[in-house]
Design a protein around this ligand. Structure first.
Ligand SMILES: Cc1cc2nc3c(=O)[nH]c(=O)nc-3n(C[C@H](O)[C@H](O)[C@H](O)COP(=O)(O)O)c2cc1C
Length: 373
């Protein structure tokens, strides 16, 4: 079991979906960092369940109670512990699932790994609910980055076959990211919203679910953040992204489409803009050699269709060692994508802060953020 991340911005998450609560301990927040609880609550609300027809009906306030490390709106420099109480559990929905494994969910793998001692209620520690503490940590990280001119935002690139426009990879306006910041169904082209919602509603009506993609970007990221190999922006981000339940693919820049290109098409030609080196295109998503190159950081994350569906599915009953049929009765998101957008933004913020802090400690005096060099 590994519930922790980071060498500088250190996170440790805990809790189960139907236990008393979930939470996180964050070590490494610089003393004096402003902690704006009202702003944190606005990010948390974007992920909170029960507020949109594309989400589960399980309504939770998802209010973070800060137990330590913050005084008078500023970080003390000591570990910050935030907890979120579970208030709307209905564990009876899961009594039938003790030994009947949900296809596509973590039930069978978790049962084997923990010899049946895992908490299966609401997915236990495997639940998407555990992404709420990540949003809390990401909200603090993005406020630190914001003070250094870095903006992060995302939108729903697709739900099933319905697609939004993509970000402009070269001239991405920070204001367009700010406009997306507190929207629960973030889109660049609002005209596709009704088709996306109709696609989710249709899936729900046919006792099914759908997946999609989130495109996430950061602007104002100075060149020079990250390292080759294991501390690359791509590897750290991907490690966090694949830690988010239901994420099945991660791309940077043109991503898998790179397989179809020639080098002359995939390379980003460099040029001077005054005294600054910039690129004419951004096929590499702002990262080359694992290190940011000054272009917008651009990533796409694929979210699978929600595994818990009401349609009858073939599975196994471990108590009788036989095949059976399962129709899931509980409350579930027919589409995870809208709620996951702020989670992906949060992990991009955590990635960039962790790597910027790594840069600061690797350098000899004077310690400066890359943007101040
Ligand atoms: C925000 C969020 C909400 C989720 N909601 C549900 C849900 O309502 N029902 C469900 O079966 N899975 C849900 N999931 C996905 C499961 O937790 C996930 O598919 C499962 O743990 C198996 O992990 P894997 O898909 O990464 O293999 C959600 C994930 C996230 C990020």
């Amino acid at each position: 079991m590994r519930g922790n991340f980071g060498e500088h911005y250190k996170l440790s998450i805990f809790g189960e979906s139907h236990g008393p609560g979930i939470g996180i301990v964050i070590d490494g927040i610089p003393a004096g960092t402003p902690i704006d609880e009202a702003e944190i609550a606005r990010y948390m609300a974007r992920r909170a369940p029960g507020r949109d027809p594309t989400a589960t009906a399980r309504a939770e306030a998802d209010q973070v109670e800060i137990l330590s490390g913050v005084l008078n709106g500023h970080a003390c420099g000591t570990p910050v512990c935030g907890i979120i109480r579970n208030t709307n559990t209905r564990s009876s929905d899961y009594s039938a699932l003790r030994f009947t494994m949900r296809p596509g969910h973590a039930d069978y793998a978790g049962f084997i790994k923990y010899a049946g001692f895992n908490d299966p209620r609401g997915g236990g520690h495997f639940s998407g609910r555990l992404t709420a503490p990540l949003v809390f940590a990401g909200s603090i990280a993005r406020s630190i980055l914001k003070a250094r001119g870095i903006r992060i935002g995302s939108h729903i690139l697709s739900i099933g076959p319905v697609r939004d426009e993509a970000f402009d990879p070269v001239h991405l306006d920070p204001a367009s990211l700010t406009a997306l910041e507190f929207t629960s169904f973030p889109l660049l082209d609002a005209g596709v919203e009704s088709d996306m919602r109709a696609h989710v509603a249709q899936a729900r009506e046919s006792l099914d679910s759908v997946g999609g993609m989130i495109e996430c970007a950061a602007t104002g990221v100075p060149a020079g953040i990250g390292s080759p190999f294991f501390g690359s922006v791509e590897s750290v981000f991907a490690s966090l992204a694949f830690s988010v339940p239901a994420v099945k693919a991660v791309e940077f820049g043109d991503g898998t489409h790179m397989a179809d290109l020639h080098g002359s098409e995939a390379n980003d030609a460099l040029t001077y803009s005054g005294s600054t080196v910039t690129a004419l295109t951004n096929h590499n998503g702002g990262v080359t050699g694992g290190i940011t190159n000054g272009m917008p950081v651009l990533t796409r994350v694929t979210i699978k269709p929600t595994p818990s569906i009401a349609r009858a599915q073939t599975t196994v009953d471990l108590s009788t060692a036989s095949d059976t049929t399962l129709e899931i009765k509980g409350r579930h998101d027919p589409c995870i994508v809208p709620r996951a957008a702020v989670v992906i933004e949060s992990i991009l913020a955590i990635t960039l802060l962790e790597l910027m802090m790594d840069d600061m400690t690797a350098r000899s005096e004077p310690i400066q953020m890359p943007s101040e060099r």
